[in-house]
Design a binder for this molecule. Structure first.
Ligand code: MN
Length: 225
């Protein structure tokens, strides 16, 4: 199937690296400034450069957000599909990841979010343990996500994906609520090989208010920022 691109839409791409809403050192001691700067300026930028380079020859796709491109991955020409999956996925995953972090953390699950966590995981401590276990047992590079399944009564689910695979490319709709980067580049300078320590420390910088807002948007069918 070939995507028949609209021709008169304003171009969204080439994609660009958005500045972070906090300084590189602001997440310390959980994430040190050097890791954050490398992660954002080098790793994330490289994924953006990679997807822009491959889509430069297929500019109609640059009229879509990266999330929409990833949703329509099977419609992409086969010769660029894998590159877009990896590079475009890397761009989308990091763009989302930054939104889930805030200096010192913000809020704790409460209200409707806590009720959903209790319903689907038993309790907040059990959810945390399950998320850490999923991240720890995921083999190799990838991501751990908390997602909401809109067609399963808005059920919350923990999933891990390999490499830079995207929740937007999943066969069944899953909206992202929270993500933790399991690539060594996310934690190696400070935590070395101790992914378990990274997963435990990471809770302290989770932006729970944004998670709650995202769940609210999903349930109301509103467009997410
Ligand atoms: Mn990363």
């Amino acid at each position: 199937m070939i995507y028949e691109a609209p021709v008169n839409i304003a171009a969204i791409g080439p994609y660009v690296l958005s500045p972070l809403p906090f300084a590189y050192g602001a997440l310390a001691p959980v994430i040190d400034a050097e890791t954050m700067e490398l992660h954002h300026l080098k790793h994330h930028q490289a994924y953006i450069d990679g997807v822009n380079a491959v889509l430069a020859g297929h500019p109609q796709w640059l009229g879509l957000t990266i999330e929409e491109v990833l949703r329509r991955l099977p419609e992409l020409p086969e010769e660029i599909r894998e590159t877009v999956r990896h590079q475009g996925g890397g761009h989308a995953n990091h763009q989302f990841f930054w939104k889930t972090l805030t200096p010192g953390g913000k809020g704790r699950p409460s209200g409707a979010l806590l009720a959903a966590i209790d319903r689907d995981f038993g309790s907040y401590p059990r959810f945390k343990a399950a998320f850490e276990a999923a991240g720890l047992t995921h083999f190799g590079s990838g991501w751990a996500f908390l997602v909401c399944r809109p067609y399963q009564n808005f059920r919350l689910e923990i999933i891990t994906l390999a490499n830079q695979d995207s929740i937007h490319s999943l066969a069944e709709a899953a909206h992202g609520l929270l993500a933790c980067d399991l690539w060594e580049h996310a934690y190696y300078l400070r935590y070395r090989n101790r992914r378990a320590d990274w997963l435990k420390a990471w809770w302290d910088i989770v932006h729970w208010d944004s998670v709650a807002e995202r769940l609210d948007c999903i349930r109301q069918g509103r467009r997410q920022s």
